[in-house]
Design a protein around this ligand. Sequence first.
Ligand code: 0WD
Ligand code: CA
Length: 427
Amino acid sequence: MLTKAMDQHRSHNPNSSHQNRQSAYKRERDDSGKNHCENKHSRPNHPQYQSGPTPGQNPLSSRGLSTRREQYEKDFPVYKQPVEVGCFSLDSERRFFNDNRQMRYYVEPDRSPNFDLRDGYKDRFIKRDDSVKEKLDHMLRWILANRSKLSSRGTAASSCALDVDFVTWRGHLTKLLTTPYETREGWLLAVTRFRGTLYISEVETEAARRDQENRTERHEEMMYWGYKFEQYTCADNVHSLPDPGGVVNTNEAFCTVVQTRLADHRLLFSGEVDCRDKDPNAPAPPACYVELKTSAEISTPKQRSNFHRFKLLKWWAQSFLPGVPRVVAGFRDHEGVVVTVDTFPISKISHLIKNEQNCWKPTVCMNFCCEFLSFVKHIATEDNPSVVYLLSWEPHRDVTFSIHRDSQYSFLPHWYVEEMTRSQDSH
Ligand code: 0WD
Ligand code: CA
């Protein structure tokens, strides 16, 4: 049912301009970004998996996937326009609700609002306990509550319980998109095949755990600034105004669940959405959603170049995936005061970066992600909820993997496995 509705949508083109909304999704392939950077469009032969053992690796991880940019400079792969199939909310105590009660509404600030982002850090801030690893649990709860929308009907018992190949968080896909350009932080992704669907859930790396433990007080406070900016620009309902005197509670979240397809990979993922356009005539979700960001103000050419090369890559990847069309950015000074606010339409970001030397390319990001998903399908063959294929990557290396049975890495909870088994058998 949903798959049919989705197929009527045309593919999602990252370079379509804002003014040209009608034609935004016409082309199946992106051909307008060809001259953005100087590199040639090489077309490497498949496969990109290395054969033979990688020295010093577990023998089980003897085949790797290249992350070299040149390998992925090909035509833009088909990426269907993402369709919202549902949403959920997490309340101030991190309880799950299968509805949009945590939706917030964007209230456009002045261009120079002088918001004080430090306000309330000491006395009006409730921080989510990030030692609690939630893995895919909230998404799995959403799937169980909505499985009638996702299950294939009238098909053979051997087919997928869900009509999708991959279930994951948007944030995990963002990490994949930016991998060919990442030089500092590696990642670990746990994959389990269960009833034909591949579930991808992140595992914290040792380095990330150390960084988190060693955060300075200044860094802790700066992490609050982003949430405080949301409070200055979001209202709880269509008719109200933001309440900067209230408490910032990072347990609260509104998440969209979208379905889409990258080449032959059918994806179901969820991402946290900051707010929506409050105009009742705004387009349907996800096109009415707004992503909010804060960033250091830009005063030198070097700062501008770094902003284009690093920050805009992350912003683009995160919002392009679920089809969120714009990012509203608050540029702040060293004291945490927002000095200017700017809107970045996602479809214009690739034009903004085109004068940068050695810049990133959307096609490399999407092609790498696509090859990664093919690699996962190829290696994660055993359909078993207690088996984890652990994919591991460090900058300047290939992606490698190892296999774990009934280990600390298993992440599909019993309540999910049991309920899915029951529901499929009764279908
Ligand atoms: O367990 C884990 N390893 C993770 C869990 C890692 C990443 C996310 N999550 C969960 C949380 O339940 C969170 O509610 O995913 C939800 C958000 O998912 P996402 O949209 O896929 O994540 P991402 O795109 O990385 O982040 C979106 C927003 C962030 O906004 P900014 O503008 O800073 O990118 O979600 C927030 C943050 O506001 N966020 C988180 N909230 C709670 N827990 C987390 C987190 N671990 N990471 C980002
Ligand atoms: Ca945000």
